[in-house]
Design a protein. Structure first.
Length: 75
């Protein structure tokens, strides 16, 4: 009879149910984040390469081409 009583208490105990809910929710969020990162990764690499190429090919403008002269900056 004692075994059946222990089994009944175990079946009715809901103390760990909230923990299980949070574990499942966290696993779903992590899975969603991994899916998003896998989807966006290729585009981010292409964007990074484009920015790097653009900055590597950029030149520095002379002070006179910006509309200022060297005399104006010394005053």
């Amino acid at each position: 009879m004692r075994l059946f009583e222990m089994f009944r208490r175990f079946r009715e105990d809901e103390a760990g149910a909230v923990t299980v809910d949070w574990v499942v929710l966290t696993a779903a969020i992590v899975g969603f984040a991994i899916a998003v990162l896998a989807t966006v990764q290729g585009g981010m690499e292409d964007l990074g390469t484009a920015i790097s190429d653009s900055m590597s090919n950029a030149g520095v403008a002379d002070l006179g081409t910006l509309g200022w002269t060297a005399q104006e900056t010394q005053e």
